[in-house]
Design a protein. Sequence first.
Length: 298
Amino acid sequence: MGNITGKTKVTGIIGYPLTYTLSPLMHNRAFKVCGLNYKYLAFVVEKGHLKSAIDGIRALNIKGVNITMPHKEAVISLLDGISKEAEIIGAVNTINNEDGRLIGYNTDAEGFTSSLKEEDFNPAGKQAIIIGTGGGAKAVAVALVQAGVKSIAVVGGSIEKSQAIKDRIIDITRNILVKPLTFESNLADIFQIGDLIVNATPVGMAESGGLLPVPLELIKKRHFIYDLVYIPQETVLIKEARRKGARAVNGTGMLVHQAALAFEIWTGISAPVEEMRQALIRGLVSGERPENVKKEED
C-alpha cells in the first residue's frame, strides 16, 4: 500500500461477495493523483455482520465507505442520517463519517444520469423498462424520473417488489405512467414500445454464465440497452443486443461516476474522473483485483 501513517484516512467498500470489485483500483488511483493520504480497502461483510461492520467504522474512525450488495437498503437503519437523495431512492451506497456521525448518501442515480449523458442518450420523453427491483433498480428509477421519462415498466421477481418501486415513483411524481410487472407477465407489448432497457439484476455476471435477464426475442434494433453488469464487459445481453443492431453499453460508466461522487463526498475536492476510468479499464482488461479480496472458494 505504501506510505501508511497514523494520519492516513481509511476508506473502503462493504459488501458480499466482493470477488470482482474494482473500486479499490479507482479510488486508490484517484487518491494518488490528488496527493491525498487516503487508502481504500475492500471489506467482505456477510449479512449477519453488517451492524458490527458499521459500528467498526465509528470505532476505527474510518473516513467513509461504499456500500454494495446486499447491504444498500439494510444499512439505512444503522446510520445517524441520510441525504435527501438516499431517502427518495430508499438505498445507500456511500457513507461519510462526519465527526463520528455516519451519514448515508446515494450516488448511483446521479452516476447513472452522468453515464447516459456520455452516451448521448437523453431519456426525456422516452419509455423505459427496468429489469430488477433492488437498490440499483431504485436508483435508476429515480434518475429516470428526474430526467423526465414518459413511462417506466418495472419487471421483478414478484408483483409486490415491482409495485414497491411504483409506489416510490408515485411519491415523487404522478406525471409518469408506471407499470409493475413480473417475469411471468406478457412483456412483448411493453418491449414493443420501450426505448431504454436497463438490466439492474446480477444476471449476466460471470457466475450466471450464458443466462439472459429477459428473452432474447424481446430485444429489438430500436432499443438502447444499458446493462449495469460490467464483469464481463460484454455480457450475453450486450452481445446479443449488438448482434441485432441495438446500441448496448455496460455499467462501467455508472460505476466510474458514482465512485467519483463518493470521492468528492469524502475529500471535498473534484474527482479525477478520467484517471479513475483508466484505472477501472486497466483492471477490467488485465483481470487485476485488489490483493485483499479473497476468492469465495479460499
